[in-house]
Design a protein. Sequence first.
Length: 235
Amino acid sequence: MKPLILPGWGLGRGPLQAAADAIEASFIDLPGYGETPLETDFDRAAASIAERLPPAATLAGWSLGAMLALAVAARAPDKVGKLLLIAGTPSFVQREGWPEAMPAATLSEFAAAIAADPAAMLPRFVGNFNRGDAKARAVTTEILRLASPLPASEVLASGLGWLRDVDLRRDAPRIAAPTLLIHGAADPLMPLAAAQTLAALIPGARLSVLDDCAHTPFLSRPDDFLAVARSFLHG
């Protein structure tokens, strides 16, 4: 059974395509992307994805896609046989007891800028989440080249609303599937401490940390990323 991958916010399948091809995976687009209808409610979106999965599927997700994958695995355990979370976190913004995340005010400022001019903000967004990567400039250029066309403004706003509102810390301990987290040590968007805490919350989860890369380990260190992913997927 082919792994299924949920991409991240704003960029679509493009940045993940080479990695997906290498592990012989297919995509499930986020709501509002491609042919998938927009669903603004996170819980209904997760339920809809679960309905589309065969039993015991191998489900992967990157960034916002990792949050959806986490929710699906926790809420529909019969549908997820293995779970791969790439640059994942249970809560994108800071909350009580959760300091290792983006301040909510910073996300609000970004959301306002995206609403005003999404095309102009995309390079800034990608550049920011590659800060600290040993290949930051090259990876940023590559992502912008590979990115799918931006979806409609309401789709972008819906995803940012999920990043603002969703907190999956209570869902994580309910995950029964074998789980691997792959995380860049220098990820400024989803800090490593968030991944470490998430790995501790998910029973039996393993965390693989790739040094010198940020939010896109599958582009910054593709050989190492694929070696770890394949070992988990085929082990």
